[in-house]
Ligand binder design. Structure first.
Ligand code: CMP
Length: 136
């Protein structure tokens, strides 16, 4: 069990002015924000990040959505961070997400689902390094 995870507040949530509300939820749930950056992903950045999904039918739409506007990438810290963050964001499909989760409250659809969370400690390390290594 690792105490760090990687999160994205996705373009739909930024566009609908929910960025501040989601950051507030992160803080109220006692995550420490170790790193945060507002970026607009390039196609190659999004393709690399979601490479595991490249054979899936939704891949091109997902990449295009993730590059459609600013998003916030974050490195979060809390005991058992991966599990805690995934439980706070809820299921990928907001229609299946539990009440009180971020996706239930803010997401529009499976694709425009407001937030990302790493699914394992191993992927959390990979994803944190993907966006925060080699920073000046
Ligand atoms: P995320 O947690 O960022 O990880 C992969 C993303 O792919 C997921 O959130 C969704 O936004 C997206 N995704 C997964 N399944 C589907 C689907 N069936 N249709 C569209 N997008 C999907």
């Amino acid at each position: 069990m690792q105490n760090k995870t990687f999160a994205i507040i996705k373009p739909d949530a930024v566009e609908s002015n929910n960025l501040g509300k989601i950051i507030d939820i992160i803080i109220k749930n006692e995550f420490t924000i170790l790193n945060a950056r507002l970026i607009t992903m390039s196609v190659s950045q999004a393709e690399g990040f979601y490479a595991i999904h490249k054979e899936r039918p939704f891949f091109h739409d997902l990449v295009s959505f993730m590059c459609s506007g600013p998003c916030m990438v974050l490195e979060l810290e809390k005991p058992n961070a991966v599990k805690e963050w995934r439980s706070l964001i809820g299921s990928t499909d907001p229609n299946e997400a539990d009440d009180g989760t971020i996706r239930k409250d803010f997401a529009e659809s499976k694709e425009r689902n407001s937030v990302h969370g790493s699914d394992s400690d191993e992927n959390a390390s990979i994803e944190i390094n993907y966006f925060f290594k080699n920073e000046i």
